[in-house]
Ligand binder design. Structure first.
Ligand code: TRP
Ligand code: SF4
Length: 329
């Protein structure tokens, strides 16, 4: 049997995960568990780069994300699931990589400039925020990952990681492979306001959402913007509710909506109610699994501790090689 290739990816703990995460990153990760040696971790130190003024929520969010991961089928038997701050070696490697990373590489990072503009309510003119990609590089090369499944927004960070790895190898000898981005398809579904689904836009439906809340949020969803009145025919092809139907509803319902929307036989209120019921049903196994883990906190603690132990072993091995390579032990 050939050894499985290693991949690694992480998420910042910024709150519970939503349907965009489920159909994007998570679905991809769950599938990749079958073919790769997977390392998935929660990047809590990265959350600190922007939330340093009040980090009190980060630990709770870390737990939320972990529960969401387990409830959608990331499995501690198949993957190594861990928390960044539990592996102090990341901080050491980050320090060493910071010595060889030219500041202009960080200053021209597109996500850097973009985030400073977008999060204008926060003071992000810190050393730590500028160094975000250096910490990410440490996360990735620590495990000598061959591939990093990420969304397009993260590709520049993987690019910087490759450059840092190359520079390290150039100075100190070949220690690190250069990781590749493995692009995650972005899901077609949008938030309830038709913008990209995101927690910070307050338009997300969470995977752990209560049925009542799902009904309320779906009722508020924007539909075909041209369909102003009940008597106007609609166009499901431009309607976000229909995208949800395609993901969650029975084939016959999808066909029926596709027909009766165009002839104004069905109204949006009814169409949404039907979809909400299918969505609630589809999320039921996830909700149940989450409840199972929430009721067994010790089991969850053990799962994290196990994952961290496995990750730490690899990290220690790598740091041994790094200290050897830079001749400072
Ligand atoms: N920056 C990533 C994000 O915001 C999270 C992250 C941190 C990450 N370290 C990583 C992703 C290493 C992949 C690999 O989504
Ligand atoms: Fe969208 Fe359904 Fe309304 Fe048609 S009937 S516009 S598919 S919500």
């Amino acid at each position: 049997m050939t050894k499985k290739k290693r991949i690694l990816s992480g998420m910042r703990p910024t709150g519970p995960l939503h349907l965009g995460n489920l159909h994007g990153a998570l679905a991809n990760w769950v599938e990749m568990q079958e073919t790769f040696d997977c390392f998935f971790f929660i990047a809590d130190w990265h959350a600190l780069t922007s939330d340093y003024e009040d980090p009190s929520a980060i630990t709770g969010y870390t737990r939320d994300v972990l529960l969401d991961w387990l409830s959608v089928g990331l499995s501690p038997e198949k993957s190594t699931l861990f928390v960044q701050s539990e592996i102090r070696e990341h901080a050491e490697l980050y320090l060493i990589l910071s010595m060889i990373t030219p500041v202009p590489w960080l200053e021209r990072n597109p996500t850097y400039k973009d985030q400073i503009l977008q999060l204008s309510n926060k003071d992000l003119s810190t050393f730590g925020f500028l160094g975000y990609p250096v910490l990410q590089a440490a996360d990735i090369i620590m495990y000598k990952a061959y591939g990093v499944p990420v969304g397009v927004d993260q590709v520049p960070h993987v690019e910087i990681t490759r450059e840092i790895a190359r520079r390290f190898n150039h100075f100190y000898g070949d220690v690190f492979p250069e990781p590749e981005s493995i692009l995650t398809k972005t899901p077609k579904i949008l938030g309830v306001d038709r913008r990209k689904m995101s927690k910070s836009y307050d338009n997300a439906i969470f995977i752990s959402e209560d049925p009542d809340e799902i009904e309320a949020k779906v009722a508020k969803m924007l539909t075909d913007p041209q369909r102003a009145r009940r008597s106007d025919p609609g166009n499901p092809d431009v309607c976000n509710v229909f995208e949800f139907h395609k993901l969650y509803s029975d084939e016959s319902v999808i066909e029926n909506v596709n027909k009766t929307c165009r002839t104004a036989e069905i109204g949006c209120v009814e169409c949404k109610q039907t979809m909400a019921q299918f969505l609630i049903k589809a999320l039921e196994p996830i909700r149940n699994k989450r409840k199972y883990y929430v009721e067994r906190p010790q089991l969850v603690d053990d799962i994290i501790a196990d994952g961290c132990d496995k990750a730490r072993k690899v990290a220690r091995q790598t740091m041994g090689e790094v200290r050897e390579a830079i001749s400072i032990k």
